[in-house]
Design a protein around this ligand. Structure first.
Ligand code: AMP
Ligand code: ZN
Length: 135
């Protein structure tokens, strides 16, 4: 969809640090991580939210998200992992292309779903490669 940053990433027209993909879904590093290692999983076909997306795309995203979560856990060994998906501005959605967040969590760290700063590209590339190697 025109003007959608995640569609541009799927099309290779915007930069990203990809982790994995299949026919219907793509996983890549979040540029403004809520915690180190934060990743996103999206459908390749544009759908704004849970109210619009097709079941098959939800299944594809959920399957890839689960596989990437397992890989993230083996790389970072966090205490937990938040798997989060926002629908609508009121729910905290800021990019209007359906996506699932994978946010590594550690005991005592602030519970937040949005980061403050842009991550270092070198570190994102390193993490994406490490995750991919565990898939
Ligand atoms: P939400 O606020 O739930 O819609 O999540 C959108 C997420 O996309 C946020 O965590 C942002 O940090 C992330 N984000 C926005 N633009 C990009 C981008 N170009 N590449 C990677 N992540 C992005
Ligand atoms: Zn889109």
């Amino acid at each position: 969809m025109e003007g959608c940053i995640f569609c541009a990433i799927v099309a290779g027209q915007a930069p990203s640090h990809p982790i994995a993909e299949d026919d219907a879904a793509l996983a890549f590093m979040d540029l403004f991580p809520a915690s180190e290692g934060h990743a996103l999983v999206i459908p390749k076909a544009h759908a704004e939210n849970v109210f619009e997306i097709e079941d098959a795309c939800v299944r594809a995203v959920a399957g890839l998200a689960r596989r990437v979560a397992v890989a993230m856990r083996s790389v970072l060994a966090p205490d937990g992992m938040a798997v989060y998906q926002a629908n609508g501005r009121a729910a905290g959605q800021t990019v209007f292309h359906y996506h699932v967040h994978l946010i590594p969590r550690n005991e005592g760290s602030p519970l937040t779903f949005h980061g403050r700063g842009r991550a270092d590209d070198e570190r994102l590339a390193e993490l994406a490669t490490a995750y991919a190697a565990k898939l």
